[in-house]
Every structure is written in C-alpha cells, then in structure tokens.
Design a protein around this ligand. Structure first.
Ligand SMILES: CC(=O)SCCNC(=O)CCNC(=O)[C@H](O)C(C)(C)COP(=O)(O)OP(=O)(O)OC[C@H]1O[C@@H](n2cnc3c(N)ncnc32)[C@H](O)[C@@H]1OP(=O)(O)O
Ligand SMILES: CC(=O)C(=O)O
Length: 533
C-alpha cells in the first residue's frame, strides 16, 4: 500500500510566530528532511512569497534529494478568473516542482463568505485548477481547507469538493483541520464517512493543527480510519499552537503500529535531525518534546532508576536508540543509590558494589539540594562532587586566596533607572607554583570576576581561552527573605565541542556565581585532559 509522509516545515511550519526562514535556511533544512526519509518536502508558496519563488529557482540546481520529492504549495484559481490567466497558478507551474499542492475551500461557509462566490464556482475552481495542472504533467495534491468543520456543517459540499478534486485527477485529497479544533473520535467519524461515500480507491490525507493538543492523535485517528498520507512539521512548528509533530506521528506509526515509513531507517536519526533543524530555525528545542526532546528519556525518580538498573524497558516505552535519543539519569534529592550508580555509569565511573560510597553521594546530594543546589541541571557540578567523594579531593588546578568586587557609578550618573554602573574585581590565587593578583573590569560584578579569574588562570592554563560562558541563570530561592534571599546560579560553558553546566549557591548572587564559575573552569580543564600544573 502506498503511504506518504509529507513534510510542510518549510511552508506551514514557517507560518509560526517569530520564525523567519531565509532561502539559505530552507536550502539547508531540505537536505535534513530528505535525510530523515520523508517522501515529500513542501518548499513554500512560489508566486506569493518572493523568498519561496527564489527557493524553488535555486532548488533546481542546488538541491539534490535522494528520498523526497519537492512540492510547491498554492491556491486554486481565483473566483471568476480563467485558470490559464491566474498568475498564482502560473507561478506554481513556473516553480517547476513535480508535485503541486493546492489549497481549496471545502467548507461552504468559506466559499460564500470568504471567497464571496457560489457553491458551483467554488467546486469549479477546484476542478479547473486540478485538471489544468494535471494536463501540464504535474502531480496534484489537494489540501481541503477546513474540511472537518465544513463536513460537520455541510457534508454534501465537503464531499463534493473532495470528489471534484479526484475526478479532475488529484492523487490525494488531504483533509485539513485548519482551525485545529478536532478531537480524535470526530476525525474517525468524518474520515470513515467520507471513505464510505467515495469508496476505497481515492487516497485521503490528514493535515492537523494542534489547537486542542490532539494534532498527533488526530493524525493517527485519520490513519486508523483509512488515510494513507500524513502531513506535519518537524518539531511541531506552525501557526498558533503548531502543526502536528511529524516525527511523533511517524514514530508512533513505525514503533507502535509496525509500519515502515521513512526511507533508510531515518527514524533512528530523528533526534539529531530535529535538533539540527532547530539550530537553523534558531528556536530552542522543546526539552519535553515526545521522542526527540532532551528530557524524553531522562529519569529523575529514585524508584524509576532502581527498576531501570534491572531493565531499562521497565520504565521506558521504547528503546531511545530507535529515535536516536539517549536515556539519561538525573541526580537530585529525588535520587536513590541506584540513580547515583546509573548516573556514575553514564559519566564513565563503575560504582558497582560500592554501597558505602553510593550512600555518601546520595546523602550529600540530598543535603545540598535542601540547601538550594540542583544537580539535574548541573551535570558537571555533580561529576565534581562524585570525583571528590571517590578520591577525597578536588583536582588541584589552583588555590584561591581571596577575591573582591567593587561596583560604582560615575559622579552624576548614579541616580535611579538607567544609571551607568561599572564593576571591577580583584582575584588572588596560586597556580603552577606562582601567585597571581589580577584585576578585571566588566559591566557587572560577575562579569568583572570572570575576567579577573580568566586573566590569572590563562597564564598557567591557556586552554581556558577556549571556554565560553553561553548561559547564566539566576534564581532567588526563598523569596520571602527579600533582598536577603539565597541565590542559585546556573552557568553553561562550552569549549566549542562539549557543553557543560555548573551550579553555585550563596547568600548573594556574586558568591553563587563565583562557585559556579570555579566549577566550570575545573570541569573544563579536567575534560580537556589537562594535568594540574
Ligand atoms: C490554511 C493555510 O495555511 S493556507 C496558507 C496560508 N498562507 C499564506 O497565506 C501565506 C502566503 N500568502 C500571501 O502571500 C498572500 O495572502 C497572497 C499572495 C496569497 C494573497 O495576497 P493578496 O492578493 O493581497 O490577497 P489577500 O491575502 O488579501 O486575500 C486573499 C485572496 O485570495 C483569495 N483566496 C483565498 N483562498 C483561496 C482559495 N483557496 N482559492 C482561491 N482563492 C483564494 C481570496 O478570495 C482573496 O481574493 P481577492 O483578493 O480577489 O479578494
Ligand atoms: C492547508 C493548510 O495549511 C490548512 O488548512 O491548515
């Protein structure tokens, strides 16, 4: 049986608020979708959006796809206009895409109120455009906009719209839940009724939006009711609450229902590809995204870990490798010894049989977390804690003698909002048998401390030059204490290859930041293979 996986990330996904893809972005995303193994990549709407016209022009020479066929999206001819004279339809042909996907009104209320035309003309717009494009040698898919709402209001018109498309030569009619308001049982009813009306031959598709949080479920319901074409977007991108997440749809169909859909076993690459696409769209990946999210197989509960130690399948619905993801253990005050042992294994330490050590580490984590630390978001600080318990000491890269910061304003600039404050910090430390006193300046005390610390350390450890602080998060823990509250700081650092997170807690933001910064440097040096000098 033919079954299509049709990606619309570059067209409907791009309708997401805040997303603005350049032609280069689209040309970079398309090969990733092809690698994922989808059958169709909808590239955009040529003739309507200049960047999309340009995308199809450049795709002809710059895009080599091994699995997917490029589809161009556009609407049926306008009401009262001959199809051959419609510039939008002409632009579709000019795109040279082999597959053309036409959006058409299948809700009679839209025909009468939005298009301001008659039922007969609404159907003729479909017939004429599909027939014209098929006669030009193109494969045509019809996206029947508002199909479900339309069918529930007037099933005769909605059915006639689908029939008109098939009679004119469309290979698939995609039923669109344009407003995203459907629930799975309603999708089942409508797809089932339409199939009964049209017979088994015509191929139906599903295009779901996520306004009820049911887009993936609605897509599965449609397939269960006989649809053989699903549309969606990687990472669930799309207007309002997004389109159906294509990877989740496919993973459910492949892993739960035993279908074989993506070319070259692409599902096993889906986590990497979803994240690579997120890099290009510049939209931070959603941690808790089903299947491909960083937290999708991250376990925090101590009891879960105890069972996972026996058999990971006991607490996981699939093997994460099936989607290219990984199981991760999170260590926190909810961890028990089993979680610490598994986390240790993940970090490269075999703690099997070390019951006393495991108890010590578990207790230390619980006590520290009660004081405000959080290790599930700071793997690197946990690793340093674990090493300290294993060896009895921290790697002795340097020894801090003291540090101080000064924040001041210039005369006349220290009043109220917008005052221009600057900061200076002095750090005194010993490293490599020498004593360093260094001063740093910055736009705030933490920045100045970081500068001073780096200045001192790079003289002995030039490797630190590669470390870059990429994120800095501050959380006030006991807010009822006002400005006297405990502060937690999380710092994310990278050396360009590896990224690590560290945590610091203190009675003020500077102390907390200092602790997180020290951990960041120690962890970075350790993993760069640097010996204390
Ligand atoms: C559900 C979906 O996601 S569908 C895709 C939605 N995406 C987009 O709209 C992005 C690209 N759109 C655009 O760039 C513009 O809206 C364009 C170029 C398509 C149209 O722009 P304009 O010509 O300025 O028209 P405008 O957007 O104001 O109105 C839409 C026109 O299309 C007509 N139209 C709307 N749907 C259809 C349809 N399915 N078939 C034929 N004509 C249609 C309307 O009747 C209206 O025609 P009119 O100008 O003769 O009154
Ligand atoms: C065609 C489309 O994107 C929709 O109806 O939602």
């Amino acid at each position: 049986m033919t079954f299509d996986v049709y990606d619309t990330t570059l067209r409907d996904g791009a309708q997401q608020e805040g997303m603005n893809l350049t032609v280069a972005d689209k040309l970079a995303i398309a090969p990733l979708l092809d690698e994922l193994g989808v059958g169709f990549i909808e590239g955009g709407w040529p003739g309507a959006i200049p960047k999309d016209t340009e995308f199809f022009r450049r795709a002809r020479t710059e895009l080599i796809l091994k699995n997917a066929v490029l589809a161009a999206f556009g609407s049926t001819r306008k009401a009262g206009v001959a199809v051959a004279d419609d510039p939008q339809v002409r632009a579709l042909l000019d795109s040279e895409a082999a597959v053309l996907t036409l959006v058409a009104k299948s809700d009679v209320r839209h025909v009468e109120r939005a298009l301001k035309t008659s039922r007969a003309e609404g159907l003729a717009m479909i017939t004429d455009t599909v027939r014209f494009l098929v006669a030009e040698g193109r494969r045509v898919i019809l996206d029947a906009e508002h199909f479900f709402d339309g069918y529930r209001f007037d099933p005769v018109f909605a059915t006639d719209a689908a029939r008109a498309a098939f009679d004119a030569g469309a290979e698939v009619v995609t039923l669109c839940d344009t407003n995203g308001g459907m629930l799975p049982d309603r999708v089942t009813d409508v797809v089932g009724a339409l199939r009964a009306a049209l017979g088994e031959g015509p191929r139906l598709g599903m295009h779901a939006h996520n306004d009820t949080g049911c887009a993936v479920a609605n897509s599965l319901a449609a397939v269960d009711a006989g649809a053989s074409h699903v549309q969606g977007c990687v990472n669930g991108y799309g207007e309002r609450t997004g389109n159906a997440d294509l990877v989740a749809i496919v993973a459910n169909l492949e892993l739960k229902l035993g279908m074989d859909l993506l070319a070259d076993g692409g599902l096993r690459e889906s986590t990497r590809i979803a994240h690579a696409i997120a890099e290009i769209t510049n939209i931070a990946p959603f941690q808790r995204q089903p299947y491909v999210g960083a937290s999708a197989f991250a376990h925090k509960g101590g009891l879960h870990a105890a069972a996972i130690k026996v058999d990971p399948d006991l607490y996981q619905h699939i093997d994460p490798k099936a989607v290219g993801n990984d199981m991760r253990m999170l260590v926190s005050d909810m961890a028990g010894r089993a979680a610490v042992e598994l986390k240790g294994r993940e970090l490269g330490f075999d703690l099997t049989g070390q019951a006393e050590l495991l108890t010590r580490v578990t207790n230390r984590v619980k006590e520290s977390e009660a004081g405000g630390y959080t290790y599930d978001a700071a793997d690197a600080s946990f690793e340093l804690l674990l090493r300290e318990e294993l060896t009895g000491e921290r790697p002795a890269y340097f020894e801090v003698e003291s540090w101080r910061t000064i924040v001041e304003t210039q005369p006349g600039q220290g009043q109220g909002r917008g005052a221009l404050a600057s900061a200076e910090a002095t750090v005194k430390l010993r490293a490599g048998g020498e004593r360093f006193v260094s001063t740093g300046e910055g736009n705030g005390p933490v920045n100045a401390l970081d500068q001073a610390l780096r200045l001192a350390l790079t003289r002995i450890y030039p490797e630190i030059d590669r470390f870059e602080l990429t994120d800095f998060k501050v959380r006030i823990l006991d807010t009822e204490q006002g400005t006297d509250s405990t502060t937690r700081v999380l710092v994310v650092t990278t050396d360009g290859e590896r990224t690590w997170s560290t945590v610091g807690v203190g009675p003020n933001i500077i102390e907390a930041s200092w602790e997180a910064l020290l951990d960041a440097h120690v962890f970075g040096l350790l993993h760069a293979g640097v010996e204390p000098r």
